[in-house]
Design a protein around this ligand. Structure first.
Ligand SMILES: [Fe+2]
Length: 318
C-alpha cells in the first residue's frame, strides 16, 4: 500500500512569529521525507518474503517503518495544532484541562516545561487522550517512539531542531512560546471530542456469571479500610492451597467443595465477599451458592492475584 500525503492543515501566513519559510521547509523537507521514507520501507517490506528473509532484516525494516509512520502521523498532528490564537481555550477543552490538570495554566506550565526540557535534543511533547481512563495526559519522548498504547494524541509540538532553527536559531524557548501563541484550540477541541468517542478497552466479560454481583478489589479494600463489617471467604480450591504462600489479610480460607460444612458459621446480616485464585470460576460459584442460601454474597473480581496486584495486605497462609 501507498501512504498518501496530507495537505498542510494550518495557514502559514496567519501564524504569529513563525514564518512561512520555516513551515514550508518543515513540511516539505521533514514531513515529506518521513512520508517518502515510509513508502519506500513499505514497498521493501511488501516485496520481501518473510519466510526466507532473515529475521534481523525484517525486524530492522519493521522498526524503521514504525519510526517513519510515527514521524508522519506526528508531523500531521503538529501542523494541525497550529493556526489559532493560542489563548482562547474553548469551553469543553478548558473543562477537560481543568479536570485532568487542575487548571489550564497548570497544564500549560507542564507542557512548556516538557518542551523546554527537549531543547538541544529532539523529540515530541504531546497532549494525549487515554480512552481507558477517559483522561488527558502530557507525554514527552525522545525521537518518534514514545506513544502511550491506545492513547490518542490531540496536540503536538515538534522539538527537533529543524522545527525552529530557521526562525529561532538555538533559542528553543522562544520557539515554544511562539508555538503556544499559535495553538488552534478549536481544532484541538474537535480532536478531543472525537477521541472521547473512542470506547475504552473492552472489560473482561464472564457471560456465565453475568448476573452475579461482583466487587472490584478497590471496592473491597475501601470497605475494609472504612471498617465496614464484611465476611471475606478465600475459596481457592484445596488442591491449590498446597502451593499457596499467602492469603488476603482479613480473609478466612474455606474449602469450596465443602460449603455445607462451613456455611453455618456465616452471619446472615453482614455481607460476604468470596474470591478464588484469578476470579474466573470458583469464587463466582461460591457466591452463587451463598446467594441461593440467602446470603448477601458477592465475588471479588480478579481474585487473590488482583488483590495482591493493588498492593492489598496479605499474611502467611498456614
Ligand atoms: Fe519535524
Amino acid at each position: 500500500m501507498q501512504y498518501h500525503l496530507a495537505p498542510l492543515f494550518c495557514r502559514p501566513w496567519t501564524l504569529n512569529g513563525i514564518t512561512p519559510r520555516l513551515i514550508e521547509s518543515h513540511y516539505e523537507g521533514n514531513y515529506g521525507s518521513a512520508l517518502r521514507r515510509l513508502n519506500a520501507i513499505t514497498e521493501e517490506l511488501e516485496a520481501l518474503d518473510p519466510a526466507t528473509t532473515s529475521a534481523e532484516v525484517v525486524n530492522r525494516l519493521k522498526r524503521d517503518e514504525a519510526a517513519a509512520l510515527n514521524s508522519t502521523l506526528l508531523h500531521e498532528l503538529y501542523f494541525a495544532s497550529l493556526g489559532g490564537d493560542g489563548r482562547a481555550v474553548p469551553e469543553t477543552m478548558a473543562a477537560a484541562l481543568v479536570r485532568d490538570f487542575g487548571s489550564t495554566d497548570r497544564w500549560r506550565q507542564e507542557f512548556i516545561a516538557l518542551a523546554n526540557a527537549l531543547a538541544g535534543g529532539s523529540g515530541w511533547v504531546l497532549l494525549t487522550y487515554v480512552p481507558r481512563d477517559g483522561r488527558l495526559i502530557n507525554q514527552s519522548g525522545a525521537d518518534h517512539g514514545q506513544n502511550i498504547a491506545g492513547g490518542i494524541p490531540i496536540l503536538a509540538i515538534d522539538m527537533y531542531e529543524h522545527a525552529y532553527h530557521i526562525d529561532f536559531g538555538a533559542n528553543a524557548s522562544a520557539y515554544v512560546a511562539a508555538f503556544m501563541r499559535n495553538i488552534d484550540w478549536a481544532a484541538v477541541q474537535g480532536r478531543y471530542e472525537d477521541a472521547t468517542r473512542v470506547a475504552p478497552p473492552r472489560p473482561l466479560e464472564q457471560k456465565q456469571f453475568a448476573g452475579v454481583p461482583a466487587m472490584t478489589v478497590e471496592e473491597v479494600k475501601a470497605m475494609l479500610d472504612s471498617g465496614e463489617r464484611v465476611q471475606i471467604i478465600d475459596a481457592r480450591p484445596r488442591h491449590y492451597t498446597t502451593r499457596a504462600q499467602d492469603i488476603m489479610d482479613g480473609a478466612v480460607w474455606r474449602d469450596p467443595e465443602r460449603l455445607d460444612e462451613w456455611i453455618g458459621e456465616l452471619s446472615k446480616t453482614d455481607p460476604v465477599v468470596t474470591y478464588c485464585v484469578y476470579g474466573f470460576h470458583v469464587g463466582c460459584e461460591t457466591a452463587i451458592a451463598l446467594r441461593k442460601a440467602g446470603f448477601d454474597a458477592r465475588y471479588m473480581a480478579g481474585g487473590h492475584y488482583a488483590w495482591k496486584a493493588i498492593g492489598g495486605k496479605v499474611r502467611l497462609f498456614e
